[in-house]
Write a protein that binds this ligand. Sequence first.
Ligand code: TV7
Ligand code: CA
Ligand code: ZN
Length: 376
Amino acid sequence: PLTVKTTGKDRVAYFYDADVGSFSYGSSHPMKPHRIRMTHSLIMNYGLYKKMEIYRAKPATKQEMCQFHSDEYIDFLSRVTPDNLEMFQKESVKFNVGDDCPVFDGLYEYCSISGGGSMEGAARLNRGKCDVAINYAGGLHHAKKAEASGFCYLNDIVLGIIELLRYHPRVLYIDIDVHHGDGVEEAFYTTDRVMTCSFHKYGEFFPGTGELRDTGVAKGKNYSVNVPLRDGIDDATYKSVFEPVIGKIMEWYQPSAIVLQCGGDSLSGDRLGCFNLSMRGHANCVSYVKSFGIPTLVVGGGGYTMRNVARTWAFETGLLNNVILDEELPYNDYYEYYGPDYQLDVRPSNMFNVNTPEYLDKVLTGIFTNLESTKF
Ligand code: TV7
Ligand code: CA
Ligand code: ZN
């Protein structure tokens, strides 16, 4: 296999729990934990186990979850089941479980796996045991302190960042999911110890937040960056925004750790998304972040066309290990999902790119003006 430019800081710790793929939000629900198992099968059959250390994290405990979430909310998540749901009517409304965030069998266990991977990944980075930690069961960026939202119950990212803050003075959070990373932004909106930067579709799209002018409050003023985008953004256009914005933030903020949310719903052909990124366009964000050689926690997130999420996360895992995966897919447990071509690539479509150069120029200028007004 081809090898890419290395930074000499390439020890990868990959967190995977074999149980995660069996949880189900319900057959008609677009969120499918099974895609994490599909990703894992591709990763293993490409031979990446020879390059990185593979761990099953200890599931997050109640006490760990409550470093961010409220006791009552976590208590509710640990008690509610599809069978006793009728006894929790009042709580279900209060904590926003329902259609987007259904109560399913094993919900609490699923949350503890997702949270455990991000927390243990962060802890390994803290101890200098690895340079990159990966948890594709994480990335659930909408969960709030005492509320489920947008398929997310436990905010594994916030928990991972809290762990990183024990050793790192400044943590940068980058979010390339097509949706706004509202839960992470909100958790750190008033602090300068975490800078958040989300790229997302904005305008008549869930969750409705993430305007250019939402930049943080009090000590956190200008430490939240939002990059609102329109339908159909392609690889070249995304790169022309992502690299200057992240490059500038790296220069100004100089984080000592990074968390990268790799939501796969910004890919072309996603069931819920509306962007037009190819696998390589999406992965360019991972390469660019990796090029800074700073300890990085990589988490999953959205992604609703399962075969494309698995392809892209496998390819990105290759990149993080300095390997360019072969275009021919290896035989794997879910080979039939990848027909008729059985190739690795996720290709862009001919959809129209509504992001005009004038619009993007306005967005970039706005972001740079905010950053330059900040005294670090
Ligand atoms: C990180 N879009 C999460 C993204 C969360 C998006 C939404 C659905 C949806 C839910 C379903 C379903 C769906 C085809 C799509 C305003 C509503 C409209 C619920 C039906 N099919 C991430 C959340 C978003 C649930 N929610 O960033 C069961 O689409 O737009 C909304 C809210 C009210 C609730 N209804 C949808 O990627 C992981 N939901 C089918 C069955
Ligand atoms: Ca985003
Ligand atoms: Zn999303």
